[in-house]
Design a protein. Sequence first.
Length: 457
Amino acid sequence: MDTSKVKQAAQAYEKQMTKFLRDLIAIPSESCEEEGVIKRTIKEMEALGFDKAEIDPEGNALGWMGTGDKIIAFDGHIDTVGIGNINNWEKDPYEGYETDDVIYGRGGSDQEGGVVSAVYGAKIMKDLGLIPDGYKILVTATVQEEDCDGLCWQYIHNEDKIKPEFVVSTEPTDGGIYRGHRGRMEIRVDVKGISCHGSAPERGDNAIYKMAEILKDVEALNANGCDDENSIKGLCKMLEPKFNPDHYEDARFLGRGTCTVSQIFFTSPSRCAVADSCSISIDRRMTAGETWDSCIKEIEALPACKKHGATVSMYMYDRPAWTGLVYETECYFPTWINKETAGHVQAVADAHKALYGEKRIGAEGSMHLRNRPLIDKWTFSTNGVAIQGRYGIPCVGFGPGAESQAHAPNEITWKQDLVTCAAVYALIPSMYKGQGDDDACQFRAGGTDTKSDKSAC
């Protein structure tokens, strides 16, 4: 294949990709409110000659190219977070703007730009005859990721009955190729108290005071070291062979787990009364070797939780999709890593090397973030928690934009990234040589095997 033709084709589509992305940015599309951007994506797929473009019952857009039995998929979530405090934005986050180099607005990096590049990458494959015999290409614009990462792929896998040979996640990677990331879960801690009149607090049992002790223990769990003098050993312990003999090297690759209190709630009869319950939410990021049940037990074992009889549980997610569908699942998002030598990882690396070389590239304004190995990992989590983490479908990341732009005011992405990614996507299928007899997976946390875990269906 003459790779110069692929680069030329991608460059020729820059203006159309820019227009498509700006159209998507202009349509507010927070989780469960994605109808407008889904329909706009279907319109673009149809205009570009996709063989089939459809919306599944959850509201995901599925675009197909080719007729083979095997599937190579390119996934990007089409929903965004909100804008937060509008005063932190220099310009309207939906109207946005563009310069010669960047596109401004909510969703540009995280991650409607990835959807745009994938749609045009598939178009280039069709234009240049780059879909291998026996394969078809699936481009998914998926919903509810910001609310519940991977839920869309639980639906696609279990209900749409789609199982690709591998999936390329188009989440932002700062010009890198990513083969894994930490998992996460959402934990709730509840304590009870007894209310009484605030003028005589000694008659009651203040749940907020109990929770104050628990808060300090959660803080210590994240901040402490793991030496013997620490009664609460910090989460950094999973980087050490003593505490994580089977997976400490994987944990060092991904980075240590973390926990932080993200929300606090209480009940009280009035502002003149002692609080009779208090609850917190914990955002728990999980590295290799940590499991959903080990994280629950770790919180249960905190001295203050034991002292005050705290109840520790995992949240469930049950918000209706924009279509009205409710697809309940656990708020548990498994950790995963693929081997650097895996066939699908090498297909992306080979495509990048053939087109652009062995180092990350990007616009001048982005390169301060990209002086890192070409093959690496994400800091945040993606739909890969279901694709690879739950189901073991090989997944690899390569997408336009920067992680640092995600959820931030004044979000931008780079036009050059849209072009680069579309070109690499177009070349990946023809570079793929299969997985061979070797398992692509290096580490996978898997599901919970509870009745509510859809990976156990």
